[in-house]
Design a binder for this molecule. Structure first.
Ligand SMILES: C[S@@+](CC[C@H](N)C(=O)[O-])C[C@H]1O[C@@H](n2cnc3c(N)ncnc32)[C@H](O)[C@@H]1O
Length: 205
């Protein structure tokens, strides 16, 4: 996917296009020094990383005031969402070198974000209306990590690959959730799990 195709699919403004272009340039530059994304994904970074992240924006409720992205890595999906205008984005990432990259992208693109260079388990509850994550952990672990950061009525948006249904089955003993499954726009086998009402307890049979 070219940047122009990304722009058409995502419908972002010219100004946001320019800021995302700066982000992509930094990603390519820094990738030569530190492993930010899988090297085989770089040739298709506009689809694999930018569009994959951007597809969450329409799923964020209009009333949301804070978004928390867990295990942000190089900023997918959290920093892309922040560049695109998601409100009060917090990025939680334990790797200091990746945090240096996130800080630099935020500076160059003039994107306000709050960076937590810590392990998720060490960050006090952030009161998120939306918690996002991609490629971080199996669903049961994600729910463990997300729950303390959710404000009342908050929801989760998790990007998942082909194993999503197995992961959902594995959560049924511990979590009572009814996710909405949204087909991924970038991965025919992928899903966005939109989970409202994150409750502990065995799911109803
Ligand atoms: C496979 S990468 C995925 C990064 C990004 N979300 C993406 O999809 O490109 C997982 C990231 O989570 C971070 N991570 C793993 N466990 C963590 C923890 N307990 N607290 C904070 N960050 C963590 C790792 O340092 C890594 O950058």
């Amino acid at each position: 996917m070219t940047p122009e195709e990304f722009n058409t699919k995502s419908g972002v403004s010219r100004e946001t296009q320019e800021r995302l272009r700066l982000y992509a340039d930094l990603l390519v530059k820094w990738q030569a020094r530190i492993n930010l994304v899988g090297p085989d994904t770089l040739p298709d970074l506009w689809s694999r990383h930018f569009l994959d992240s951007a597809q969450l924006l329409p799923l964020i409720p209009a009333s949301a005031r804070r978004v928390v992205d867990l295990g942000s890595g190089a900023g997918f999906p959290g920093l892309v969402l922040a560049v695109m205008g998601a409100p009060d984005v917090h990025l939680v990432e334990s790797d200091s070198r990746k945090c240096a990259f996130l800080r630099e992208v935020a500076r160059v693109t003039a994107t306000p974000v709050t960076l937590h260079n810590k392990r998720i388990e060490q960050v006090p509850g952030l009161g998120a209306d939306v918690v996002t994550a991609r490629a971080l952990a199996p669903l049961a672990k994600l729910l463990d990590w997300a729950e303390p950061h959710l404000a009342p009525g908050g929801c989760c948006l998790f990007l998942k690959g082909r194993g999503a249904e197995d992961e959902l089955t594995a959560t049924a003993k511990e979590w009572n959730i009814t996710p909405r499954r949204v087909s991924s726009v970038t991965d025919p086998a992928g899903l966005v799990l939109q989970i409202e009402e994150v409750r502990r307890g065995r799911a109803e049979p």
